[in-house]
Design a protein around this ligand. Sequence first.
Ligand code: CU
Length: 235
Amino acid sequence: MDKGALVERPDVKIFLPFRFYFFRPEELFTPNTYNTYLAAPGGDHLVSLIDEITFVAPSSPPLSQIEDIPPEQFCNGDNRPPNCGPNCMCTHKVDIPLGAIVEIVLVDEVQQVNLSHPFHLHGMPFYVIGMGRSPDSNVKKINLKHALELDRRGMIRRDFTRPPQKDTIAVPNNGYVVLRFRADNPGYWLMHCHFLFHTVIGMNFIVHIGTQADLPPVPPDFPRCGNHLPPIRFY
Ligand SMILES: [Cu+2]
């Protein structure tokens, strides 16, 4: 057990709600936009949002070619591009200092019965220190606001005694999970729902740990790649 990660107050605490955005038909083919969507059985056209952002893969690998990625392509809940719209498309990246104790609370705002999204983190395992649904029977659907309120009132319990260590956890539908890890592996790590049809419509974000100085140099003959399409306006 990493007892140092299982302390009352983490260094970084992030609440991340996730949900779907359903397109109206007239939104789908707006000139000069390029929407990605899933055509679901039943006819819905949707994208995933984590903290109101649908993830777009960067045009080059950040690990080896960070200088080739326009900084404005990155975003997060605190730094969304202006006029991003309801299907805000950018490369969702959360910056974490190397060595920080991180707590992530994932909140299911999809709330589809029998659908519990399996979230997977690359790079390091995490402890699952909390999981549940709202104890308030008047609240039929959980959301970020309610989860924050529960946390403020001390009603999101955290178990530090013997939490399981995992690399994937199903977030109970209409509920939440509380994860803890020590950010001791520098780099750019994807965290994403492991339903592939949710990954392709943006249910991902990058956990960026440390700085470029914490990474080994890129080998001189390392393969390079990039975006071969003309620039696409995402937002
Ligand atoms: Cu999912």
